[in-house]
Design a protein around this ligand. Structure first.
Ligand SMILES: *Cc1c(COP(=O)(O)O)cnc(C)c1O
Length: 388
């Protein structure tokens, strides 16, 4: 083994010993509600496909038609000929749906966050963020060269303290719905704080879009007008079942990002066919509001069933329902026991969550039957009772 290989092997061994090594499994079939892994069928409680749209044949047809019309790739960056009518159509439809002036498509939520934060803050500035913010918001702050200051989870008073001592331009960044806990950011006090301090509030609503506020997300859930949340990031790989992300806001914000967001400028445009699929998915989501209602029902059913079994749940009204187990070994054992019973519920370990906060992370979806949701709740209660 050469030196580089030996280094890799030592690092991987260390992860193995701490039960923190991650391995991919190959999904051989299925979408939201059921998947097949290594020939085993499991009911899927890990997907972010909250509305059951990823397997929708109408959206698949729109994707295929988009590819026929525009080709399979954009061929260039947005500013160099890659921006098509399909992109523009979806941006307009999205801005309209969210009641905003304009939208700007990014290839991923990760890139949207990098692009937005680096466009709004730089050396000498400060990014103030919730301690549990998504990795992409943290990496965005690091890449921006601004100072990153974190405040305790969902604590607007602590955020205010950090903002008070912040230097330069201030970006106040939070998730709308936190991706590992499913709880909701205190957007009203954060919006007030940003206004008072002259900070720019950035809300990453990857998990709120399509779910809360009748679909329009966490800002609508809290009744906040567009001007109070000037920079909103939404992603489409989750509730919309497709892929991609967008920033929505004023025309001036969007034009600024077109000129300043490096993850928009220096990358190939999203395939136009994906934009066609997004337009179709947004249409289905709007027309079929039973999906959102069924999701909310599944959430209520799951929580009621577990609570009546005496299992403590977090403060989550969203499809993300964590079951905290503490140490990694227990979380892995619980996930394995559930897989043996036919459920895919992954264990979430550090560094995705803080040390000693390992957990099962249940994702609910409108694609699941209410009976499956209750059966899972019963299985979780039984598995937890059997853990040492
Ligand atoms: C999933 C997620 C992202 C990344 O979005 P992608 O489109 O998957 O890159 C960003 N922020 C949050 C809060 C997320 O949950």
């Amino acid at each position: 083994m050469n030196r580089l290989e030996a280094r890799f092997a030592a690092d991987l061994d260390a992860l193995d010993r701490r039960l923190l090594r991650r391995r991919r499994m190959v999904r051989t079939d299925g979408t939201a509600s059921e998947i097949e892994v290594d020939g085993c069928r499991l009911v899927n409680f890990a997907s972010n496909d909250y509305l059951g749209l990823a397997g929708d044949p109408r959206i698949a047809r729109a994707l295929a038609a988009g590819a026929q019309r525009w080709g399979v790739g954009a061929g260039a960056a947005h500013l160099l000929g890659g921006h098509t009518g399909a992109h523009a159509e979806f941006e307009d439809a999205l801005a309209d749906y969210l009641g905003r002036d304009a939208a700007l498509l990014f290839s991923t939520g990760y890139m949207a966050n990098l692009g937005v934060v680096t466009a709004l803050a730089g050396r000498g500035d400060t990014v103030v963020g919730d301690r549990l913010n998504h990795a992409s918001l943290i990496d965005a702050a690091i890449l921006s060269r601004a100072r990153l200051v974190r405040y305790p989870h969902r604590d607007p008073a602590a955020a205010a303290e950090r903002v008070r001592t912040a230097k330069g331009r201030i970006v106040l960044a939070t998730e709308g719905v936190f991706s590992m806990d499913g709880d909701v950011a205190p957007l009203q006090p954060l919006a007030r704080l940003a206004e008072e301090a002259g900070a720019t509030l950035v809300v990453d609503d990857a998990h709120g879009f399509g779910v809360l506020g009748g679909g329009r997300g966490t800002t609508t859930h809290f009744g906040l007008s567009a001007d109070r949340v000037p920079v909103l990031v939404v992603t489409f790989g989750k509730a919309l079942g497709v892929f991609g992300a967008a920033v929505v806001g004023t025309r001036a914000l969007i034009e600024t990002l077109v000129n300043r967001a490096r993850t928009y400028i220096y990358t190939t445009a999203l395939p136009p066919a994906v934009a066609s699929a997004l337009t179709a998915a947004l249409g289905v989501m709007c027309e079929e509001d039973w999906r959102g209602r069924k999701l909310i029902e599944n959430i209520a059913r799951f929580r009621a069933r577990l609570q009546s079994a005496g299992v403590a749940l977090g403060d989550s009204v969203t499809p993300i329902q964590p079951v905290l187990l503490g140490d990694v070994r227990r979380a892995l054992a619980a996930a394995q026991a559930l897989a043996a019973r036919g459920y895919y519920v992954p264990a979430i370990r550090p560094p995705t969550v803080p040390g000693h906060a390992a957990r099962l992370r249940v994702s609910l979806s409108a694609a699941q039957d209410p009976a499956q949701v209750e059966e899972l709740a019963d299985a979780i209660a039984q598995v937890l009772a059997g853990l040492d």
